[in-house]
Ligand binder design. Structure first.
Ligand code: FPP
Ligand code: MG
Length: 298
Protein backbone atom coordinates (compact mmCIF):
# COMPACT_ATOMS: atom_id res chain seq x y z
CA UNK A 1 0.00 0.00 0.00
CA UNK A 2 1.47 3.33 -1.12
CA UNK A 3 1.72 6.26 1.33
CA UNK A 4 0.42 8.54 -1.44
CA UNK A 5 -2.92 7.49 -2.88
CA UNK A 6 -5.13 8.67 -5.69
CA UNK A 7 -8.40 10.39 -4.91
CA UNK A 8 -11.17 7.90 -4.08
CA UNK A 9 -13.94 10.35 -3.19
CA UNK A 10 -17.26 10.24 -5.03
CA UNK A 11 -19.06 13.35 -6.31
CA UNK A 12 -21.17 13.77 -3.14
CA UNK A 13 -18.12 13.58 -0.90
CA UNK A 14 -16.23 16.00 -3.17
CA UNK A 15 -19.17 18.40 -2.96
CA UNK A 16 -19.15 18.20 0.86
CA UNK A 17 -15.38 18.84 0.82
CA UNK A 18 -15.90 21.87 -1.40
CA UNK A 19 -18.57 23.29 0.92
CA UNK A 20 -16.36 22.84 4.02
CA UNK A 21 -13.43 24.44 2.18
CA UNK A 22 -15.41 27.65 1.85
CA UNK A 23 -15.04 27.95 5.65
CA UNK A 24 -11.93 27.93 7.79
CA UNK A 25 -9.92 24.74 7.35
CA UNK A 26 -7.42 23.63 10.04
CA UNK A 27 -3.78 23.90 8.96
CA UNK A 28 -2.60 21.13 11.24
CA UNK A 29 -4.62 18.10 12.36
CA UNK A 30 -3.38 15.48 14.84
CA UNK A 31 -4.83 11.98 15.13
CA UNK A 32 -4.84 9.41 17.92
CA UNK A 33 -5.56 6.40 15.73
CA UNK A 34 -7.18 4.18 18.36
CA UNK A 35 -9.24 0.99 18.11
CA UNK A 36 -7.22 -1.27 15.78
CA UNK A 37 -7.33 -4.31 18.08
CA UNK A 38 -11.05 -3.97 18.84
CA UNK A 39 -11.60 -3.79 15.09
CA UNK A 40 -9.52 -6.98 14.66
CA UNK A 41 -11.44 -8.70 17.45
CA UNK A 42 -14.84 -7.79 16.05
CA UNK A 43 -13.87 -8.94 12.58
CA UNK A 44 -12.22 -12.18 13.69
CA UNK A 45 -8.79 -11.28 12.33
CA UNK A 46 -5.35 -11.11 13.97
CA UNK A 47 -4.31 -7.98 15.91
CA UNK A 48 -1.62 -7.21 13.35
CA UNK A 49 -4.24 -7.25 10.59
CA UNK A 50 -6.10 -4.61 12.60
CA UNK A 51 -2.91 -2.49 12.73
CA UNK A 52 -2.32 -3.10 9.04
CA UNK A 53 -5.86 -1.90 8.26
CA UNK A 54 -5.02 1.06 10.50
CA UNK A 55 -2.08 1.92 8.27
CA UNK A 56 -4.26 1.70 5.14
CA UNK A 57 -6.72 4.05 6.84
CA UNK A 58 -3.88 6.45 7.57
CA UNK A 59 -2.94 6.70 3.88
CA UNK A 60 -6.58 7.21 2.94
CA UNK A 61 -6.96 9.91 5.59
CA UNK A 62 -3.84 11.70 4.35
CA UNK A 63 -5.40 11.84 0.89
CA UNK A 64 -8.63 13.28 2.33
CA UNK A 65 -6.62 15.88 4.27
CA UNK A 66 -4.88 16.95 1.05
CA UNK A 67 -8.27 17.22 -0.70
CA UNK A 68 -9.45 19.43 2.16
CA UNK A 69 -6.34 21.64 1.95
CA UNK A 70 -4.89 20.54 5.32
CA UNK A 71 -1.12 20.79 4.82
CA UNK A 72 0.09 19.19 8.08
CA UNK A 73 -0.89 15.99 9.87
CA UNK A 74 0.57 14.41 13.00
CA UNK A 75 -0.29 10.81 13.91
CA UNK A 76 0.33 8.75 17.05
CA UNK A 77 1.73 5.56 15.55
CA UNK A 78 3.57 4.03 18.51
CA UNK A 79 3.63 5.21 22.10
CA UNK A 80 6.49 4.41 24.48
CA UNK A 81 3.73 2.78 26.57
CA UNK A 82 3.11 0.38 23.64
CA UNK A 83 6.48 -1.28 24.42
CA UNK A 84 4.62 -2.84 27.40
CA UNK A 85 2.39 -4.87 25.04
CA UNK A 86 3.21 -8.52 24.34
CA UNK A 87 6.54 -9.15 22.64
CA UNK A 88 4.66 -10.64 19.69
CA UNK A 89 2.56 -7.50 19.15
CA UNK A 90 5.51 -5.11 19.59
CA UNK A 91 7.51 -7.16 17.06
CA UNK A 92 4.60 -7.12 14.63
CA UNK A 93 4.24 -3.34 14.97
CA UNK A 94 7.98 -2.89 14.40
CA UNK A 95 7.75 -5.16 11.32
CA UNK A 96 4.91 -3.02 10.03
CA UNK A 97 6.94 0.16 10.56
CA UNK A 98 9.99 -1.44 8.93
CA UNK A 99 7.96 -2.51 5.89
CA UNK A 100 6.10 0.82 5.54
CA UNK A 101 9.19 3.02 5.90
CA UNK A 102 11.00 0.82 3.37
CA UNK A 103 8.01 1.28 0.99
CA UNK A 104 8.18 4.99 1.61
CA UNK A 105 11.85 5.09 0.62
CA UNK A 106 11.10 2.93 -2.41
CA UNK A 107 8.59 5.51 -3.63
CA UNK A 108 10.91 8.45 -3.05
CA UNK A 109 10.20 9.99 -6.50
CA UNK A 110 6.51 10.23 -5.69
CA UNK A 111 7.25 11.77 -2.28
CA UNK A 112 9.57 14.36 -3.80
CA UNK A 113 7.17 15.09 -6.66
CA UNK A 114 4.37 15.79 -4.13
CA UNK A 115 6.71 17.79 -1.86
CA UNK A 116 5.96 15.70 1.22
CA UNK A 117 8.15 16.24 4.27
CA UNK A 118 8.20 13.29 6.69
CA UNK A 119 9.25 13.82 10.28
CA UNK A 120 9.38 11.14 12.93
CA UNK A 121 8.87 12.67 16.35
CA UNK A 122 9.84 10.59 19.34
CA UNK A 123 12.71 8.91 21.07
CA UNK A 124 14.47 7.26 18.15
CA UNK A 125 17.22 5.94 20.42
CA UNK A 126 14.83 3.33 21.87
CA UNK A 127 13.53 2.27 18.43
CA UNK A 128 15.18 -0.83 16.86
CA UNK A 129 18.29 0.23 14.98
CA UNK A 130 17.18 -0.87 11.51
CA UNK A 131 13.81 0.93 11.88
CA UNK A 132 15.64 3.97 13.25
CA UNK A 133 17.88 3.93 10.17
CA UNK A 134 14.94 3.84 7.74
CA UNK A 135 13.18 6.64 9.62
CA UNK A 136 16.31 8.81 9.66
CA UNK A 137 16.78 8.23 5.91
CA UNK A 138 13.17 9.23 5.21
CA UNK A 139 13.51 12.38 7.29
CA UNK A 140 16.79 13.45 5.71
CA UNK A 141 15.53 12.70 2.20
CA UNK A 142 12.40 14.82 2.59
CA UNK A 143 13.58 17.52 5.01
CA UNK A 144 13.43 20.36 2.47
CA UNK A 145 10.00 19.46 1.07
CA UNK A 146 7.34 21.94 2.08
CA UNK A 147 4.02 21.26 0.37
CA UNK A 148 2.69 18.72 2.87
CA UNK A 149 4.00 17.64 6.27
CA UNK A 150 3.47 14.29 7.94
CA UNK A 151 4.73 13.91 11.50
CA UNK A 152 4.76 10.32 12.70
CA UNK A 153 4.93 10.07 16.50
CA UNK A 154 6.87 6.86 17.13
CA UNK A 155 8.38 5.76 20.45
CA UNK A 156 6.72 8.94 21.64
CA UNK A 157 5.11 10.26 24.79
CA UNK A 158 4.75 13.89 25.76
CA UNK A 159 6.37 13.36 29.13
CA UNK A 160 9.42 11.84 27.45
CA UNK A 161 9.53 14.68 24.92
CA UNK A 162 9.31 17.38 27.62
CA UNK A 163 11.94 15.57 29.75
CA UNK A 164 14.35 15.60 26.81
CA UNK A 165 13.67 19.25 26.11
CA UNK A 166 14.37 20.12 29.76
CA UNK A 167 17.62 18.09 29.67
CA UNK A 168 18.75 19.99 26.55
CA UNK A 169 17.98 23.29 28.26
CA UNK A 170 19.88 22.26 31.41
CA UNK A 171 22.88 21.27 29.26
CA UNK A 172 22.75 24.69 27.59
CA UNK A 173 22.81 26.43 30.98
CA UNK A 174 25.64 24.21 32.29
CA UNK A 175 27.75 25.01 29.23
CA UNK A 176 26.89 28.71 29.63
CA UNK A 177 25.39 28.78 26.10
CA UNK A 178 22.28 30.28 27.72
CA UNK A 179 21.44 31.79 31.09
CA UNK A 180 18.98 30.40 33.62
CA UNK A 181 16.84 33.51 33.13
CA UNK A 182 16.56 32.69 29.39
CA UNK A 183 14.36 29.70 30.24
CA UNK A 184 10.83 30.34 29.07
CA UNK A 185 7.83 28.51 27.62
CA UNK A 186 9.04 29.57 24.20
CA UNK A 187 12.50 28.06 24.74
CA UNK A 188 11.01 24.73 25.90
CA UNK A 189 8.75 24.72 22.80
CA UNK A 190 11.82 25.25 20.61
CA UNK A 191 13.49 22.22 22.19
CA UNK A 192 10.56 19.83 21.65
CA UNK A 193 10.58 17.31 18.80
CA UNK A 194 7.75 19.33 17.27
CA UNK A 195 9.68 22.59 17.11
CA UNK A 196 9.25 22.84 13.32
CA UNK A 197 5.45 22.63 13.47
CA UNK A 198 2.67 25.02 14.39
CA UNK A 199 0.46 23.73 17.20
CA UNK A 200 -2.35 21.45 15.98
CA UNK A 201 -5.61 23.28 15.34
CA UNK A 202 -7.60 20.09 15.70
CA UNK A 203 -6.92 16.82 17.55
CA UNK A 204 -9.08 13.82 16.65
CA UNK A 205 -9.22 10.64 18.74
CA UNK A 206 -11.14 7.61 17.52
CA UNK A 207 -12.61 4.59 19.36
CA UNK A 208 -14.61 6.40 22.05
CA UNK A 209 -11.76 6.75 24.56
CA UNK A 210 -11.84 10.22 26.10
CA UNK A 211 -8.19 10.82 27.01
CA UNK A 212 -4.93 12.13 25.57
CA UNK A 213 -2.69 9.14 26.35
CA UNK A 214 0.37 11.38 26.72
CA UNK A 215 0.12 12.75 23.17
CA UNK A 216 1.13 16.35 22.36
CA UNK A 217 0.17 17.56 25.84
CA UNK A 218 2.32 20.70 25.56
CA UNK A 219 1.14 21.51 22.04
CA UNK A 220 -2.65 21.14 22.38
CA UNK A 221 -3.55 23.64 25.10
CA UNK A 222 -5.58 25.68 22.63
CA UNK A 223 -6.43 22.98 20.07
CA UNK A 224 -9.98 21.95 19.32
CA UNK A 225 -10.43 18.35 20.57
CA UNK A 226 -12.81 15.98 18.79
CA UNK A 227 -13.64 12.51 20.11
CA UNK A 228 -15.51 10.00 17.98
CA UNK A 229 -16.68 6.47 18.79
CA UNK A 230 -15.70 5.03 15.40
CA UNK A 231 -12.76 2.58 15.49
CA UNK A 232 -9.75 3.87 13.54
CA UNK A 233 -9.85 1.27 10.69
CA UNK A 234 -13.51 2.25 10.12
CA UNK A 235 -12.89 6.02 10.13
CA UNK A 236 -14.55 7.48 7.04
CA UNK A 237 -14.31 10.71 5.13
CA UNK A 238 -17.65 11.69 6.72
CA UNK A 239 -16.07 11.31 10.17
CA UNK A 240 -13.24 13.61 9.09
CA UNK A 241 -15.68 16.14 7.63
CA UNK A 242 -17.73 16.05 10.86
CA UNK A 243 -14.56 16.79 12.86
CA UNK A 244 -13.63 19.69 10.56
CA UNK A 245 -17.19 21.04 10.81
CA UNK A 246 -16.91 20.85 14.62
CA UNK A 247 -13.58 22.73 14.35
CA UNK A 248 -15.18 25.43 12.23
CA UNK A 249 -17.77 26.03 14.94
CA UNK A 250 -15.20 26.38 17.77
CA UNK A 251 -12.41 28.02 15.77
CA UNK A 252 -13.27 31.65 16.51
CA UNK A 253 -13.06 31.13 20.28
CA UNK A 254 -9.75 29.29 19.84
CA UNK A 255 -8.19 32.11 17.81
CA UNK A 256 -8.75 34.44 20.78
CA UNK A 257 -6.98 31.99 23.15
CA UNK A 258 -4.06 31.50 20.74
CA UNK A 259 -3.44 35.21 20.35
CA UNK A 260 -3.17 35.60 24.12
CA UNK A 261 -0.74 32.72 24.51
CA UNK A 262 1.43 33.75 21.54
CA UNK A 263 1.86 37.26 22.91
CA UNK A 264 3.54 35.70 25.97
CA UNK A 265 6.13 34.10 23.70
CA UNK A 266 7.52 37.07 21.81
CA UNK A 267 9.83 38.31 24.59
CA UNK A 268 12.73 35.90 24.40
CA UNK A 269 14.01 36.46 20.89
CA UNK A 270 17.67 37.24 21.61
CA UNK A 271 20.81 36.17 19.74
CA UNK A 272 22.03 33.87 22.48
CA UNK A 273 18.80 31.90 22.31
CA UNK A 274 18.70 31.85 18.54
CA UNK A 275 22.21 30.40 18.33
CA UNK A 276 21.48 27.87 21.11
CA UNK A 277 18.39 26.62 19.25
CA UNK A 278 20.28 26.54 15.91
CA UNK A 279 23.08 24.47 17.46
CA UNK A 280 20.51 22.10 18.97
CA UNK A 281 18.96 21.60 15.52
CA UNK A 282 22.40 21.00 13.99
CA UNK A 283 23.20 18.40 16.68
CA UNK A 284 19.89 16.65 16.02
CA UNK A 285 20.50 16.63 12.27
CA UNK A 286 23.99 15.18 12.67
CA UNK A 287 22.53 12.48 14.96
CA UNK A 288 20.00 11.70 12.19
CA UNK A 289 22.83 11.43 9.67
CA UNK A 290 24.63 8.96 11.97
CA UNK A 291 21.40 6.98 12.37
CA UNK A 292 20.83 6.89 8.61
CA UNK A 293 24.30 5.39 8.23
CA UNK A 294 23.63 2.88 11.02
CA UNK A 295 26.35 4.51 13.16
CA UNK A 296 24.27 5.70 16.13
CA UNK A 297 24.19 3.77 19.41
CA UNK A 298 20.77 2.61 20.67
C1 FPP B 1 -4.05 1.95 18.67
O1 FPP B 1 -5.03 0.93 18.57
C2 FPP B 1 -3.11 1.87 17.55
C3 FPP B 1 -1.78 1.60 17.65
C4 FPP B 1 -1.08 1.30 18.93
C5 FPP B 1 -0.92 1.52 16.47
C6 FPP B 1 -1.29 2.51 15.41
C7 FPP B 1 -0.51 2.21 14.20
C8 FPP B 1 -0.98 2.30 12.96
C9 FPP B 1 -2.36 2.76 12.62
C10 FPP B 1 -0.10 1.97 11.85
C11 FPP B 1 0.81 3.13 11.56
C12 FPP B 1 2.09 2.65 11.10
C13 FPP B 1 3.07 3.43 10.61
C14 FPP B 1 4.28 2.77 10.14
C15 FPP B 1 2.97 4.90 10.51
P1 FPP B 1 -5.01 -0.17 19.73
O2 FPP B 1 -3.96 -1.18 19.41
O3 FPP B 1 -4.82 0.53 21.06
O4 FPP B 1 -6.42 -0.82 19.64
P2 FPP B 1 -7.49 -0.98 20.82
O5 FPP B 1 -7.67 0.37 21.42
O6 FPP B 1 -8.72 -1.49 20.14
O7 FPP B 1 -6.89 -1.95 21.79
MG1 MG C 1 -6.14 1.56 22.27
Amino acid sequence: MSWIRENTLNWLQLLAVKILKSGCVPKHVAFIMDGNRRYANRNGVKKIDGHSKGFDKLTETLQWCLELGIPEVTVYAFSIENFKRSEEEVNCLMDLARQKFQNLLDEREKLMEHGVCIRVIGNLSITPKDVQKLMAEAMLLTKDNNRAFLNVAFSYTSRDEITHAVKDVVKGVERADILAEDISENLISECLYTNHSPEPDLLIRTSGEIRFSDFLLWQTTSSCIYFTKVLWPEFSVWDLLAAVFYYQRCHLDMEAVKQTSQSLYVRNNNNRLVSFVNELQKDRESMLKKMSLGLAHS
